[in-house]
Design a protein around this ligand. Structure first.
Ligand SMILES: [Zn+2]
Length: 294
């Protein structure tokens, strides 16, 4: 599917309720992006999350993500949120460092024999880091769209499952990670029902996702998580805790980090100061939550 033939990735059906808490949407909106990538988000008056203004065209989004590497640069208006750069080999070491830090900060313990599922596992780097931390994991499974980047996962000792197959499955698992993924999910209720069904009692779900909070309010469209087309919901902490609670999950630990201070614009030592303050004061632009299945 060629991008040029698409008029828009966001569908014609207007979003009526908050995609996170199902509460009523207000009148505050933010928009970003050009042409087919023009995207509007609406603030929820109940929980403070942002929802994409038109229900995404799932078919187009599926095509977009199944050929991610070919399309992503076109929609990344903000270079600091450019996944095209983030997922290159040159950034691998940075991502590994971030994953290790996040796993430590949120208190995720990887036990021997655990079956870990990385939903949206893409190139498997998160699973590589987890296997390095706990070499005796029972199984590590990447769930994603089948494409070139996923072919090598089995050779690295991971399993691979296509998204629809995993959502339809029923085998119980110990840990599911949604790392930089929640904000992209077009059908959240189906994912939530599947997590509810497939995560063992006492099992865990780890979420890393943008946090709708002060940054969005103060920066407006300059908040780098207003990423056209790709970010369908930007949850507040309150909203996402409420949503997971409704599906049987209790938060064990929460945290946040990042001051939306791009390294290309903010010189050191101020970048480190702003990021440090955001983390220490729990006012970060990205949130980490560890949930336990009741
Ligand atoms: Zn809401």
């Amino acid at each position: 599917m060629g991008v040029d033939s698409l008029s828009s990735f966001c569908g014609d059906r207007a979003t009526q309720a908050c995609r996170v808490c199902a509460g009523g949407l207000g009148v505050t909106t933010v928009s970003a992006g050009e042409g087919p990538y023009r995207t509007i988000w609406i603030l929820c008056e109940s929980c403070g999350s942002w929802s994409i203004g038109h229900e995404p065209d799932k078919k187009r989004l599926d095509a977009f993500y199944s050929d991610y590497s070919g399309h992503l640069k076109l929609s990344s208006i903000n270079p600091d949120a450019n996944d095209g750069r983030r997922y290159t080999d040159a950034w691998r070491a940075t991502r590994e460092r971030e994953y290790r830090l996040g796993i430590r900060d949120i208190g995720l313990v990887l036990n021997k024999s655990d079956h870990l599922v990385d939903f949206g596992g893409y190139d498997g780097v998160f699973l590589d880091v987890c296997r390095d931390i706990q070499p005796d994991l029972g199984r590590s499974t990447a769930v994603d769209y089948p494409r070139d980047e996923t072919k090598h996962l089995v050779a690295l000792g991971h399993c691979f499952e296509a998204i629809d197959d995993w959502l339809a499955g029923d085998e119980l698992v110990d840990i599911v990670s949604l790392w930089d993924v929640y904000e992209h999910i077009s059908d959240l209720p189906t994912l939530m029902k599947t997590l509810s069904r497939r995560v063992k009692a006492g099992g865990q779900v780890i979420v890393q996702t943008p946090r709708a909070h002060l940054h969005a309010r103060l920066l407006g469209e300059r908040w780098h998580h207003f990423l056209p087309v790709q970010h369908l919901q930007l949850p507040s902490r309150e909203g996402i805790l409420q949503q997971f609670d409704a599906y049987g999950f209790t938060a064990s630990q929460v945290g946040s980090f990042g001051a939306n201070a791009p390294g290309s614009l903010i010189p050191q030592p101020y970048k480190e100061l702003f990021d440090g303050l955001a983390k220490e004061a729990d006012l970060g632009s990205t949130q980490l939550i560890r949930f336990a299945r009741r």
